[in-house]
Design a protein. Sequence first.
Length: 138
Amino acid sequence: MKTYELIRDDYELIEMAMKVLEKNFDDGVYNHTVGGAIRCKNGNVYLGVNCDGIHGSCAEYIAIGAAITAGERDFDTIVATHDKAHNYLVPPCGNCRQMLINYCPDIKVILNDEEGNPVKVDVKDLLPLSYKRIVVMD
């Protein structure tokens, strides 16, 4: 798996995700315990927190939903954070990995590598042989 070093903008993205989490943290109820931030290729950043429930929605889903609602379609980097996680970084769950491949197959994801160092990776490396939507041609 190819990894990329984090740049200043990546650390700022992590900080933004942590700030949205601090603002909305719901200790004890656990409705809002993960903060997410997605940076578009044009530099715009959108934030989200997880919304827990029967089906729930991860912070990554909320952040990308906000970006798409604003008309964004070209994504660069995404991160999910939790204040108790190593380096504050939370890897995307399986549902999020599939959603990212569907909506932004070239996005980079910030997470910890096997040694616990923060890195960026291509989302495609997080879900090899993933499901691809089938386009039916007449």
